[in-house]
Design a protein around this ligand. Structure first.
Ligand code: UTP
Length: 409
């Protein structure tokens, strides 16, 4: 793209601030900036013009049927056999969503490279892989692993895995792919500059993972291997069970397009989004969208009717993902602290929120998947999220839960 083309485009878009320092840049930086402008994904304009209606109005929300622990325990062996057979046949792959910035944890670099050990190093990636390696040993196979990174952490992530010998995994069974980036804007919708030659871009949320995986050519790899199910999971949860044969078996057995590991809400006011039905489609309802009446509603067994909190561990049917690949999912606008170039020419991270980022969420795939099985897990055994350094969902709370599960720290 030439300077003139960039100028014309940005005048049309009302974004000429991106060329503010153009004249003082070196030739190399000029080219870098023009390429970055050419590659801007302008989808955010539509999201700003028509923000997602978060009020929940107009939906026909009802409880969803799911599998509770008692039933799972009763049929555990049967589910396990079905799941093990599918894993052995190479029908299940794992997809780790690790493109996030981990801003709340406040670390530089990939969140999975964070050391949660006390007396010896134990990295988040390492802890998660212990579980997958166990599944492989039990099933006598290797579940292929795909890892989503972003421009912000790709090099660090790939070199970290290499330096740690892929945590016992064969290198050929681990494939990395980058997610897409979206511009970050100020409260007037103007794209920030991060430096004089770089517009501020951020990972565009975890909802675009399947598109990014396909654009990286990995969908063909899945087909070549005969994969039919993708188990996606978040980097945050250090008690994450991946390719859990019982979960895989229950999902396949139920005939749905998607299995979702869930924890049951302990009280009506717990701040967690829950799985529900919206008319005849599965969906998630955020805690602030639930009325008091719904939050307290009981089912025929006296349990909370809206109790299934999703923990970002889903098993998606590949053929259905391909079928809905072209469907748009909502773009969420989130206020964030965005690192940007200040008036004095220095790049800084502000103390408080200064603008907006645009993200799609993996959870919004639930609706287009059309059928979902909530599968209850024991919270203390499978859910130890690390979002913050201290307090709720933190390194501290996760360490306690790991100890409770016999992990030596
Ligand atoms: P979070 O929503 O907790 O975001 O991600 P985050 O970026 O890790 O943390 P904060 O909000 O900046 O503190 C849940 C999961 O989705 C992945 C994360 O890596 C994590 O596994 N994710 C998130 C992506 O892969 N890409 C994204 O753009 C955002």
């Amino acid at each position: 793209m030439t300077y003139e083309q960039a100028k014309t485009l940005l005048e049309q878009k009302g974004q000429t601030q991106l060329l503010r320092y153009y004249d003082e840049l070196s030739e190399e930086s000029k080219q870098k900036l023009l390429t970055a402008i050419e590659n801007i994904n302008w989808d955010f304009e539509a999201a700003l013009a028509n923000p997602v209606d978060m009020s929940g109005k107009g939906r026909d929300i009802r409880p969803i049927a799911g599998l509770r622990r008692a039933e799972i325990v009763k049929k555990e062996k049967e589910f396990e056999n079905i799941g093990t057979a599918a894993i052995k046949a190479g029908k299940v792959a794992a997809v780790l969503l690790a493109g996030g910035m981990g801003t709340r944890l406040g670390v530089d670099g990939p969140k999975g490279a964070y050391d949660i050990g006390v007396t010896k190093p134990l990295y988040i990636f390492e802890q998660q892989m212990k579980n997958l390696v166990q599944v492989n040993e039990k099933c006598g196979t290797i579940v292929p692993l795909y890892i989503m990174t972003s421009d912000k952490n790709h090099e660090q992530t790939t070199s970290f895995w290499k330096a740690h010998n892929y945590f016992g995994y064969p290198e050929t069974e681990v494939k990395f792919f980058k997610q897409d980036m979206a511009p970050a804007v100020d409260y007037n919708g103007k794209i920030f500059l991060e430096t004089k030659d770089t517009p501020a871009l951020s990972p565009n949320g975890n909802g675009g993972w399947f598109g990014s995986l396909c654009r990286a050519g990995l969908c063909e790899d899945l087909h070549k291997r005969g994969v039919e199910w993708l188990n996606i999971y978040a980097v945050d949860n250090v008690l994450q069970r991946i390719a859990d044969p019982v979960f895989v078996g229950a999902t396949i057995d139920s005939g749905v397009n998607c299995g979702a590991k869930v924890i049951c809400k302990t009280n009506p006011t717990e701040k967690v989004g829950v799985l529900c039905m919206d008319g005849d489609k599965p969906d998630i309802i955020e805690y602030y969208e639930l009325t008091d009446e719904m939050a307290n509603q009981k089912d025929e067994n006296g349990d909370l009717a809206y109790c299934y909190g999703a923990i970002m561990n889903y098993l998606f049917r590949l053929s259905k993902l391909e079928e809905i690949a072209e469907q748009k999912i909502p773009v969420h606008i989130v206020e964030k602290k965005i690192e940007c170039l200040c008036e004095d020419g220095v790049t800084r991270k502000p103390e408080k929120e200064n603008g907006k980022k645009f993200e799609t969420l993996a959870v919004d795939l639930i609706k287009p998947m059309a059928s979902v099985l909530p599968f209850e897990v024991v919270r203390e055994k499978e859910f130890a999220p690390i979002k913050n350094k201290t307090g709720v969902d933190s390194v501290e709370s996760a360490r306690e839960l790991l100890k409770l599960n016999g992990v030596e720290l």
